[in-house]
Design a protein around this ligand. Sequence first.
Ligand code: FMN
Length: 162
Amino acid sequence: MNTLDAIRTKGSVRKFTEESVPEETILQILDAGRHSQSSKNNQPWTFVLVQDKEHLKALSECGTYAGHIAGADFAVVLVDHSNWSFDIGQAAAYLQLAAWDLGVSSCIAYFGLQDKLKDLLGIPPGAVAEIGISFGYSAEEPRSLRKSGRKPLEDILKREHW
Ligand SMILES: Cc1cc2nc3c(=O)[nH]c(=O)nc-3n(C[C@H](O)[C@H](O)[C@H](O)COP(=O)(O)O)c2cc1C
């Protein structure tokens, strides 16, 4: 899959099959996240890989809309050491696009219950871990059959001036 096709076709998937993603594929996805750009190349992230089913269920209860994590094959929690979420946003995009290229679907989750999550994963109090991503093989209809739901370019583009 070329990059443009990946960007155009990737959509959030919240229902996953029981099929396990091979360890080699998981490592390829994580490695793509590691290659992400960051301000001053600080790479202010740690990825926490969660695969245990009970652990995934507990993780899914750390955010109001994080329920999809319970049915995922695995999840990655992005621990942010910079308190500037732009950088981990980049890493999240790399992780998701690499996964999509490898046939693995995903969805972001926001973790509002930080104390609960840090307790669950043993994350140091000073770090921020508000974003996680569920991964697995899709049990939903393909993206091409759904509307993209994006604003038209002419609505969001200004040339030279506002
Ligand atoms: C910062 C951020 C937080 C998000 N948090 C959640 C979440 O907690 N639960 C969820 O189901 N989806 C979450 N999403 C996914 C968005 O709802 C989704 O990307 C958006 O509706 C567009 O749909 P699409 O990804 O299928 O194109 C989040 C996305 C981003 C970028």
